[in-house]
Write a protein that binds this ligand. Structure first.
Ligand SMILES: O=P(O)(O)O[C@@H]1[C@@H](OP(=O)(O)O)[C@H](OP(=O)(O)O)[C@H](O)[C@H](OP(=O)(O)O)[C@H]1OP(=O)(O)O
Ligand SMILES: Nc1ncnc2c1ncn2[C@@H]1O[C@H](COP(=O)(O)OP(=O)(O)O)[C@@H](O)[C@H]1O
Ligand SMILES: [Mg+2]
Ligand SMILES: [Mg+2]
Length: 360
């Protein structure tokens, strides 16, 4: 029986203790002794909120940390691992499904499940996730926004997509009027290390050595600091990370060729406590981020993502979005545990209210 028909049932005065326990698989049976959450004022019956998750083992370890699990348990939220060898519909029932797995097969499974179980909140829809797996389409929505007069200007660097034939690149770059140096990024982000192998091309000749399909993006000097804006539903949290140093006239003239660079910004060490030039370290204005997050949530149809933002060095308010990631490394986001718990509770409260309204 789907959990939400139970919610509707409760609203009509049914009791349900026996039914809930049959939901929980053996592994989670002892969770029944932990507290339950109340889904709204004037609604006394306790409930369990079940979050099914299908994540890689790396993600499970970084996200489902003991602190999150403990705090969640205290609020009546339990996490149940989805068994990928069994049909999804035979598992649960879930209130929420969290997932980040690659491959077409999983996309079909989760899409099929969404259609068959509209009562379950699937975070997030596979089509929306697919949209940010391409470095061209991921930034299109930012380019379409006109956030030029909102406590700052925000856009995307000028870029060009090259699908094949590296010999055409110098010409295409010239025609598009892109300025060297350029950052070359694999077009598709598929969770592999290769899709994060980026390089800088300093001169025309080196463009021939690049391997399409890729995106060529103008390098933005940003003082070596990047802002990572984490979004969890309505919540926004910004952190600073170290990034690539500026490329001045001198570095540009003294370098040629293609340089692979490491994933500096992914390092666990944050730049939040570093002694930085205040004009570089100052966080982007809150109203700008709120507007951007609101627009992107709506346009992308995602609730769990982060945005990488650069401030052009030497400016106060010229910002560039260079990357959008679905379900990023939230374990590195301060207070992510509380933010997620509030988010999960808000999702079911929202659904419950909607149900009540429909029943009225
Ligand atoms: O591994 P983490 O915790 O650094 O998280 C990665 C993210 O790092 P960040 O949160 O931005 O520091 C990372 O963000 P960046 O692309 O490095 O900006 C990606 O989201 C990556 O997922 P995928 O490989 O693109 O599918 C994320 O990898 P997965 O954890 O999803 O495998
Ligand atoms: N246009 C750019 N100008 C300057 N630095 C960039 C640019 N694009 C990417 N970078 C640097 O490269 C890093 C990785 O690029 P990003 O587009 O975020 O790819 P990934 O998905 O692998 O994180 C960024 O965190 C930043 O340090
Ligand atoms: Mg990035
Ligand atoms: Mg990325």
């Amino acid at each position: 029986m789907p959990r939400y028909s139970i919610l509707a049932g409760i609203a009509k005065g049914m009791r349900l203790t026996g039914e809930i326990s049959s939901y929980l698989n053996e592994e989670n049976e002892n969770e029944m002794n932990s507290p339950s959450y109340s889904i709204g004022p004037g609604f006394p019956h306790p409930q369990k909120l079940v979050v099914g998750y299908a994540l890689t083992s790396k993600k499970t370890k970084s996200f489902l940390q003991p602190k999150l699990q403990g705090l969640a348990r205290n609020k009546g939220i339990i996490f149940v691992a989805i068994d990928q060898s069994r049909p999804l519909s035979d598992q649960g029932p879930f209130d929420i499904v969290l997932h980040k797995l690659s491959g077409k097969e999983w996309r079909h499974i989760i899409e099929d499940y969404r259609l068959k179980h509209p009562e379950v909140t699937v975070l997030d829809p596979p089509d929306a996730i697919q949209h940010v797996h391409n470095r061209q389409s991921m930034l299109q929505d930012v380019a379409d926004l006109n956030l030029s007069d909102c406590y700052g200007k925000i856009g995307v660097p000028r870029q060009l997509v090259v699908k094949k034939d590296p010999s055409s690149i110098p010409d295409a770059v010239g025609k598009a009027g892109l300025m060297l140096p350029l950052v070359a990024k694999p077009l598709v982000v598929d969770g592999t290390a290769k899709s994060h192998q980026l390089s800088i091309a300093y001169d025309q000749l080196s463009l021939l050595k690049l391997e399409p399909p890729l995106v060529l993006q103008e390098f933005i000097n940003h003082g070596g600091v990047i802002f990572k804006v984490y979004i969890v539903g309505e919540a926004i949290k910004v952190v600073r990370r170290f990034s690539l140093p500026d490329i001045g006239e001198h570095e540009h003239l003294c370098n040629d060729g293609v340089y692979r660079f490491p994933r500096v910004s992914c390092a666990a060490a944050s730049a939040d406590e570093a002694d930085l030039d205040p004009s570089v370290a100052e966080l982007p204005p809150r109203p700008l981020l709120e507007r951007l997050a609101r627009e992107l949530r709506r346009r992308l149809g995602l609730r769990l993502f982060n945005i990488d933002i650069l401030r052009e060095h030497g400016t106060k308010d010229r910002f560039y979005v260079i990357d959008i990631n679905y379900f990023p490394g939230y374990g590195k986001m301060p207070e992510y545990e509380h933010i997620f718990i509030d988010f999960f509770l808000s999702l079911v409260q929202g659904k419950y209210k909607k149900r009540l309204m429909n029943n009225c």
